[in-house]
Design a protein around this ligand. Structure first.
Ligand code: ZN
Length: 373
């Protein structure tokens, strides 16, 4: 899809969207505060047959639009409104909006390749974008992503500091992070080396890490292709590094359905990748993290599937806690075996994972299997 974007004051955007349609029916969802003027199919005005409230994981309230009677070709429409949701940041120094703000058509039939044009001169820089002099605009393309996102980071280079080395380029907007950022950049390189050895392959190309200016609606961090966006910048350097190590751990620990209980696979293995690094380099922090983990036990025991197939609230902690017991009983090597087994798994599902673990340890497979019931 092609998205022409204008950034307006008060967290608002205006977008003209062009989608390819291949059949008579088409359906997508988008943030509910975005107002669409009119829809056109190959230049002919068309109304959706259905517009209804819709909730998708991790995103603010949305609206679902469904069409029928379309002619193959194009569906075009413009929309405007105020953005909402996680990790949103809309100030002069930085405009950041993404998947979490549902600012473009997503879900259902929506294609996952994006061509974005932002009408903005060179006083701002679009991360991963290319500037086009002739149209005074920034262009950004994304397709075939491991996790599909149309992620916009438009920043004022004069308000941004960059610290870089071979492993990472860190962008931050708050000068007070300068010394902390240098420490983190050095240590991040050590995490990359630790993972390269643990998994016998590097986590890929150099990452850009963007420290969002301190905001209220930014829980933790998230990772995309060669990029990590960090919302929690108020903690100490070692905790930030642990958080970044967790995100980088997702380079190896990903692929299970993030919208169902199977997400325990992604989260547990990313977190234990980070915990092994922290255990080796900052054992006292490891102990603190484990005691915090125990403090959030919620009476569900070690169940990985407390809500049936639905993604449980404690998806970040349930498997991590279970693995702590495995670590205590069988040691670090057992955890490394589990991490590598998941990283190498072809079909990222619990049933396949258990089968692969069973070949290595019947006892450990039984512990995990019991927690899945
Ligand atoms: Zn995670």
């Amino acid at each position: 899809m092609r998205l022409e974007v204008q950034i307006l004051p008060k967290k608002q955007i205006e977008v003209c969207c062009k989608l390819a349609v291949h059949s008579s029916e088409y359906c997508f969802a988008m943030l509910d505060s975005l107002h669409v003027c009119s829809f056109f199919n190959n230049g002919r005005r068309i109304d959706p047959i259905l517009v209804e409230a819709c909730r998708l994981h991790f995103r603010p309230p949305m609206k679902k639009y469904a069409f029928s009677g379309l002619q193959p070709g194009e569906l075009t429409f413009c929309y405007t409104g105020e953005l909402k949701g996680f990790f949103l940041f809309m100030q002069d120094a930085l405009c950041h909006f993404s998947f979490y703000n549902a600012w473009y058509p997503m879900g259902f039939d929506a294609e996952e390749s994006y061509e974005v044009v932002i009408r903005q001169d060179q006083s701002k820089t679009l991360l991963n974008g290319v500037y086009e002099q002739a149209s005074s605009s920034w262009r950004y393309c994304a397709e075939n992503q491991a996790f599909s996102d149309c992620n916009i980071l438009l920043y004022d280079p004069q308000h941004c500091t960059c610290i870089e080395n071979d492993a990472v380029c860190m962008l931050f907007f708050d000068k007070q992070f300068q010394s902390m950022a240098s420490t983190i950049a050095d240590s991040y390189m050590a995490v990359v080396q630790f993972y390269s050895k643990l998994y016998a392959r590097s986590p890929g190309a150099r990452h850009t890490i963007v420290f969002l200016p301190q905001g209220k609606n930014c829980p933790g961090a998230y990772i995309r292709e060669n990029m990590i966006v960090l919302g929690e910048t108020y903690q100490d350097a070692r905790r930030i590094l642990h958080l970044l190590a967790h995100e980088l751990g997702h380079t190896y620990a990903a692929g299970a359905d993030t919208e169902s209980w199977e997400d325990w696979l992604n989260e547990t293995h990313a977190e234990w990748s980070a915990l092994l690094y922290t255990l080796e380099t900052a054992p006292e922090l490891f102990e603190i993290l484990i005691s915090e983990l125990r403090a959030c036990e919620d009476g569900n025991g070690f169940s990985l599937r407390p809500n049936g197939d639905d993604r449980p609230q404690n998806v970040h902690t349930c498997g991590t806690r279970l693995y702590y017991d495995i670590y205590q009983q069988y040691g670090c090597d057992a955890i490394k075996m589990l991490l590598r087994t998941y990283a190498q798994l072809k079909t990222k599902k619990t049933a396949c994972f258990l089968k692969a673990v069973l070949e290595k340890s019947t006892e450990i497979a039984a512990i995990i299997g019991t927690a899945c019931k």
